[in-house]
Write a protein that binds this ligand. Structure first.
Ligand code: ATP
Length: 513
């Protein structure tokens, strides 16, 4: 595929054309940054969620799952710091009237310098060939060193100003770096202002007695407020975790890039409760564990990197992102945060109730510390989907478009295709679907020539096509075609289930991790 933005456009149009993602309320011209998952998209999303859920809850006897409500008592958000501090710095360009996140403008500027460095490294690698020592080059090349230093200084200053809420300095930084509006090219900026990202709503029928509520901006607080309930009813001993998946809402200032940044999205979060003093150890363990979960999908080690935070959120003593190489560059996919005892202690203060654990080994009660892993399901969807979409040139020059999903994540695992719509082939094909559907999602497809049906299943990412022909009626065998290799083999109908199941089950994926 050609350049980044072309590939991204292809991702978006393929997602729509093949029934993965539709703009929300499209017949009313859509709603900005809100999307619906379509028939194939919801299946892919469910499979990703299942992989995450089972990796957390099924594989760990000390992690349990809950499903808390989206609406919570409003004081929750005072205690969590979201009412006062869940802000993004916004800036408007006076010429284009476009609104931006001030920190993102600076980060995009930094990404451009990073791209320069990478270009320099690539060029040198080409020039020096086999003798090229990348680490040495990065450590000694004056231009690379100068650019790296520049990046460090900018990010440090941005981090500091945001931490101190020195918004005038954020603007000064944008001006000093001569950052212009990507739309108009103008550098005529307004002052930087804070903007709270929570969506407000109301509970109650009459306007004067209604209670102001928020749609939750993260799922984590539903876990914190249930910490004692779960610990007591589950007789959980520290360390233990509570996992949850569910919708979260943020009134993002700039929501672009398709499902990367949405206003309504889904999170998969796990809060791991630990004794104070062990947070570094658990933070490292969860960083490693989460990276392994990603790598088990086989999408390529080079697609991921850690980004340790300079600027920490108000609740954290360490934080790192797992970044993924999206079609528009490396961006955050997941966060691993050491949240200290901030949330539980704060809920103690606001409720006057003890949220403590009696540790029989230490013979004392304390507020547990927390390490959390937090991943956006929609971002994970985008990572899997954009990585899967390929255009391959076949022998003879034809192009096939294929979604190379990891097999266990594919919406449909097998498609059964009667070669023709007569002679009893459809009936046998339907029998096969009826046999396989108990164990994995199997579809029936009889429209068009078989070659075109193969192409359609490739474009949907279906791992196996099962073709029923006249010989099948005689000897109970079929052709099994595999998506990635396009190899076809003749196998007995009786062997289909065992041959396919091992390759497409979530259990197979879990065993690799
Ligand atoms: P960003 O810096 O991209 O705004 P964040 O650091 O605010 O993200 P967290 O609060 O750590 O994000 O949320 C955890 C995860 O939730 C993120 O890693 C991301 O995958 C997902 N996420 C956050 N905001 C959005 C959004 N607006 N749309 C889709 N996914 C999101």
């Amino acid at each position: 595929m050609t350049n980044q933005s072309d590939q991204f456009k292809k991702v978006i149009s393929h997602a729509k054309e093949y029934g993965f993602i539709f703009p929300s309320s499209e017949i009313y011209d859509g709603l900005s940054a809100v999307y619906d998952y379509a028939q194939n998209g919801s299946a892919l999303k469910n499979n990703i969620r299942e992989y995450w859920w089972k990796a957390m809850v099924q594989l760990n006897e000390n992690i349990v799952g809950i499903d808390a409500a989206i609406l919570m008592h409003p004081t929750t958000w005072k205690a969590s710091g979201h009412v006062d501090a869940f802000n993004d710095p916004l800036i408007d360009n006076k010429t284009s009237k476009k609104r931006y996140r001030a920190d993102v403008l600076v980060e995009d500027y930094v990404a451009k310098i990073e791209a320069k460095v990478e270009k320099e490294v690539k060029k040198a690698a080409k020039r020096f060939g086999n003798t090229f020592d990348e680490r040495e080059f990065r450590a000694t090349n004056p231009r690379v060193i100068a650019n790296q230093e520049k990046i460090k200084v900018i990010l440090k200053r941005l981090g500091k100003s945001l931490e101190k809420e020195d918004l005038a300095d954020v603007k000064a930084l944008i001006e000093e770096l001569e950052i212009s509006c990507p739309d108009s090219g103008s550098r005529d900026w307004t002052d930087v202002k804070q903007f709270n990202l929570m969506f407000g709503t109301k509970l109650g029928a009459s306007a004067d007695t209604a209670m102001d509520l928020y749609l939750r901006p993260e799922t984590a607080q539903g876990i914190f407020v249930n910490f004692l309930n779960v610990q007591k009813t589950g007789r959980m001993k520290l360390p233990f975790g509570i996992a949850q998946t569910g919708k979260a809402f943020r009134n993002e200032i700039v929501a672009r890039q398709f499902i990367f940044r949405m206003r309504e999205f889904e999170q998969m979060e796990m809060q791991f409760f630990i004794p104070p003093g062990t947070q570094q150890e658990w933070y490292n363990k969860w960083k490693e564990n989460r990276m392994k979960w990603h790598l088990a999908l086989g999408m390529g080690e080079e697609k991921y990197r850690f980004h340790d935070h300079e600027k920490l959120a108000h609740y954290a003593d360490a934080a790192s992102d797992i970044e993924f190489l999206f079609p528009f560059g490396f961006k955050e996919l997941e966060g691993i945060h050491s949240r200290t005892d901030f949330d539980l202690s704060s809920h103690e203060k606001f409720t006057g109730k003890k949220l403590q654990y009696f540790d029989p080994e230490r013979n004392e009660s304390y507020v547990p510390y927390v390490v959390e892993t937090s991943i956006g399901l929609d971002r994970m969807f985008l990572a899997v989907f954009s990585n899967a979409l390929r255009e391959e040139t076949l022998e003879g020059g034809a192009i096939r478009t294929v979604l190379k999903f990891p097999y266990p994540l594919a919406p449909n695992k097998a498609a059964v295709l009667p070669l023709v719509k007569k002679d009893g082939l459809p009936e046998l094909a339907r029998d096969i679907v009826d046999n396989l559907k108990w164990d994995f999602q199997t579809v029936y497809d009889e429209k068009d020539a078989v070659g075109r049906r193969y192409r359609r299943q490739d474009a949907l990412g279906t791992p196996y096509c099962i073709t029923v022909d006249h010989q099948s009626l005689e000897d109970q065998t079929v052709t099994l075609r595999e998506r990635d290799s396009m190899k076809q083999e003749r196998i007995a109908i009786a062997e289909l289930k065992s041959t396919i199941e091992g390759k497409v089950s979530i259990g197979t994926l879990l065993r690799q991790f």
